[in-house]
Design a protein around this ligand. Structure first.
Ligand code: AMP
Ligand code: ZN
Length: 662
């Protein structure tokens, strides 16, 4: 394959992984199964290994998906928290054991892999000091108040040394069902599964609600901990039990057969447990051996997760509905004869796009096999052609938008059809919801139902209308009143001072997720600079590929979008980056860093460049001012040598430039 395509694929994979990771860890939602997600990561890992020149620092293959929301209090972990490597077959488990064991006697613990929300509990002098989420593995969000509502987590323990205790918060399955029934009655959105419900609950602001949800905990490891008497995982788990923790179910095993047996037994018995598990964790028992094996940048080499296969059932396809997304993308959704699978009744499944329907050769009336991918979203994986009846019907993909009737467009590269009517009501509703969501501009009180009310009463038809709502009128709406009007008015008023990168994310530019928004805002000073950026300037930015650059460029060429921005500015939104340039020493000079530097990581240097008003770009061209070359520089250095205007400097030259060294 052409290298260019490889780079594209790598960037694309990175974007995708970042997107799904944010969705999962920050919003407690998902679009693809865990398995598919792991596959994306594995593919990226393989490509990065083969083409290290395209690998960037902080690639998602090296970092843990972060659950940290920007508004929260952050605490650094004393010892890092890791993720786990996954295996999907007994074969892979056998290979793993053989690889790590080189003829030693097998000494392993198998533990249930709790499908909950990981947590870090810090005790000092026998008292719980704080509780944090896993975050990005280095630091997590402070959730102490909510954790204190969980009865199985002791506030005091009989152990005076400083200790970090790690485990999982989960919602018992029956609690999950009870809460969802309650939510349905209240007209609230249902939780997709117990894991999402637990993750959502842990970050709630009202700890009374959290307390009412009966969260529970299961503990399986420690971070900071020194105890010469404890030398194995088994001893550790028993020690934690004695301290009063609810410790994970485990077995200590000494042969491969027993490991496999454990995997198979729990794959069958999992549904009898009162909580969800998504696999088994196989851990080297002996701490000395663990230490010898060490870690990758993301997970311990001394452990692996055996992930259960998703369950399959057959049901009938009754019809296909077509939904319009925020970007106008049309998604077919399968309507199924309701069927019970992996603990819940399912009546819909996503079909992604037209090609997926063709690939499956699917017809209405067909009998289909569905799985809950990653135990969550149902997906059709197979069609039983033998059972196809003569009256089965073709699935007709609409030529026009099912909501506004605009003729659909097809992207030249993709399988997806779009309604490109910027005023399409279906899209408007979703765009407004996106703009006001917590991860974007964060207007509490503009829930889906309220947005719908405002649209129906013709108060809003575009994002900027939010800032011109007539609250006298709003007060009269059903279920609303002076109080909710006042609250909403305040929330809207507060949103005007929202950070620029969150506003930019709220615009809902295709391919521009929370992370890319942040990157754009650290590179450009304000919205005008972004509007005026050329395609070349955009694509130059390190993390921004052609697809994103084109999408950003196009977005700001659209008159309606510019009108929106002007109107938001008139309403008082600033849209200025707070990338805290301390000094403008470098006054916009462009840099590339190549090779390994002696004293600082590339990221640290990058930060220094940005803090001093410089920019880091990705490609060598005449626009480049400096290339900072370290040990084993890449091909970029050779390229740079050919362009006279580019200055080649080393780390200490750079530090001198910004006055850090003389
Ligand atoms: P993943 O969510 O795919 O990164 O899987 C790794 C996570 O599994 C860890 O970060 C833990 O939160 C969780 N986990 C659940 N049960 C266990 C266990 N028994 N041992 C270690 N990790 C566990
Ligand atoms: Zn439409």
């Amino acid at each position: 394959m052409d290298d260019l395509f490889i780079e594209d694929e790598i960037i694309d994979l990175r974007d995708k992984i970042a997107h799904h990771s944010d969705l999962y860890y920050k919003k407690n939602q998902f679009e693809i199964s865990d398995h598919k997600f792991d596959k994306l990561v594995k593919r990226l890992q393989a490509l990065e290994k083969k083409y290290p020149q395209y690998k960037i620092n902080n690639s998602p293959t090296e970092i843990i998906g972060s659950d940290i929301l920007s508004s929260s209090k952050i605490i650094q972990h004393k010892i890092r928290m890791y993720s786990l490597e996954n295996a999907y077959s007994i074969e892979e488990i056998k290979e793993y054991i053989e690889k790590i064991n080189d003829n030693r006697t097998i000494n392993i613990t198998t533990e249930l892999k709790i499908d909950g929300f990981s947590i870090n509990l810090y005790y000092e002098n026998g008292k719980l000091q704080y509780a944090t989420t896993r975050g990005d593995g280095f630091e997590g969000e402070d959730v102490t108040i909510n954790i204190k509502t969980i009865k199985s987590i002791p506030i005091e323990i009989n152990y005076n040394e400083s200790i970090e205790i790690r485990g999982e918060i989960y919602l018992p399955k029956n609690e999950f069902v009870r809460i969802n029934i309650e939510r349905e009655e209240n007209g609230e959105k249902l939780f997709a599964n117990p894991r999402n419900a637990a993750a959502g609950s842990i970050k709630l602001k009202d700890s009374n609600v959290v307390a009412s949800r009966k969260l529970d905990s299961i503990i399986y490891s420690v971070g900071l901990f020194k105890n010469a008497k404890i030398n194995t995982q088994k001893e550790l788990l028993e020690f934690l039990k004695k301290l009063g923790f609810n410790v994970v179910k485990y077995e200590h095993v000494t042969n491969i057969k027993e490991i496999i047996n454990q995997c198979e037994v729990w794959e069958r018995l999992r549904h009898d447990l009162e909580y969800d598990i998504d696999g088994l964790v196989i851990k080297v028992n002996n701490f000395d051996q663990q230490q010898k094996l060490g870690f990758t940048s993301k997970s311990p080499k001394w452990a692996i997760a055996y992930k259960f296969k998703a369950e399959e059932v057959e049901t009938q396809l009754l019809g296909v509905d077509f939904q319009v997304g925020r970007t106008g993308a049309i998604t077919p959704v399968a309507r199924l004869k309701p069927v019970f699978i992996s603990g819940s009744t399912v009546s819909n499944a996503t079909l992604h796009n037209e090609d997926e329907i063709k690939r499956l050769d699917l017809r209405i009336g067909d009998y289909v096999t569905i799985i809950k991918s990653g135990e969550i979203i149902p997906k059709i994986i197979d069609v039983n052609y033998e059972k196809r009846e003569s009256n089965s019907k073709d699935i007709e993909f609409p030529k026009a938008c099912p909501v506004c009737e605009t003729l659909l467009m097809r992207e030249n590269d993709g399988a997806i059809s779009y309604c490109n009517n910027i005023n399409c009501p279906a899209q408007i509703k979703k765009r407004i919801e996106h703009f006001t969501s917590r991860v974007a501009v964060d207007i509490e009180g503009l829930a889906e139902a309220v947005v719908e009310q405002l649209i129906n009463h013709k108060q809003i038809s575009k994002i900027q209308d939010i800032y011109h709502i007539d609250f006298e009128e709003f007060r009269q709406y059903e279920k609303q009143g002076s109080k909710s009007a006042e609250n909403l008015r305040n929330a809207i008023e507060n949103s005007k001072t929202q950070k620029f990168h969150k506003i930019l994310f709220g615009f809902g530019i295709r391919f521009v997720g929370a992370k890319i928004s942040k990157i754009l805002c650290s590179y450009f000073k304000n919205v005008d600079e972004i509007i005026n950026a050329s395609y070349e300037e955009l694509v130059e930015i390190e993390e921004i590929g052609e697809k994103i650059a084109q999408s950003v460029y196009d977005f700001f060429r659209n008159e309606n979008n510019i009108l929106m921005i002007n109107s938001l500015q008139d309403a008082g939104m600033k849209m200025i980056s707070d990338n805290n340039i301390i000094e403008d020493t470098l006054s916009g000079a462009k840099f590339i860093i190549t090779g390994t530097l002696e004293r600082h990581s590339r990221n640290e240097i990058k930060e220094m460049i940005e803090q001093n008003g410089g920019k880091v770009i990705s490609a060598v061209s005449k626009n480049l001012d400096y290339i900072i070359a370290g040990e084993n520089p890449g091909s970029k250095l050779n390229k740079a040598r050919k362009i006279e205007s580019i200055k080649i400097i080393d780390e200490s030259d750079f530090l001198q430039m910004i006055g850090k060294e003389n």
